[in-house]
Design a protein around this ligand. Structure first.
Ligand code: FES
Length: 120
């Protein structure tokens, strides 16, 4: 496979999820792709991160949770995850979230999927 083909494959795995204007600073945008819920975070310092969108404890939407710095607090039982690594930081959440790379280009926000879905 040449470089052009590799680039095209990479582009096929990049999903445009929203525009920059759709996510305020310190907020979360939820998107569903192929039945998979993804949470896209924009921090107060204007950095973007993405993780699985459902809490690993009881599948609650993290987009309804509280984003503080690099941590998302689940709205149901207050479990906490690090949005940079997906690491579960506070019980009852104890299983890590998958994380995905986020790219911002020309005011559009993309989530990058590799190896069939996970963006680690
Ligand atoms: S559902 Fe998220 S901590 Fe329980």
């Amino acid at each position: 496979m040449n470089q052009k083909d590799q680039k095209q494959m990479a582009e096929q795995q990049r999903l445009e999820v929203c525009t920059v204007g759709d996510i305020e600073l310190d907020d979360i945008f939820e998107v569903t792709h192929d039945g998979q819920v993804i949470a896209v975070y924009r921090t107060e310092d204007d950095e973007y991160f993405a993780t699985d969108g459902l809490c690993t404890h009881e599948n609650v939407s993290l987009a309804d949770g509280l984003l503080q710095g690099f941590e998302i607090e689940c709205p149901r039982h207050n479990g906490v995850f690090d949005i940079r690594t997906g690491a579960a930081k506070r019980a009852p959440a104890c299983i890590n979230l998958n994380t995905y790379r986020v790219e911002v280009q020309a005011g559009k926000v993309f989530v990058v999927f590799t190896d069939g879905g996970e963006g680690r």
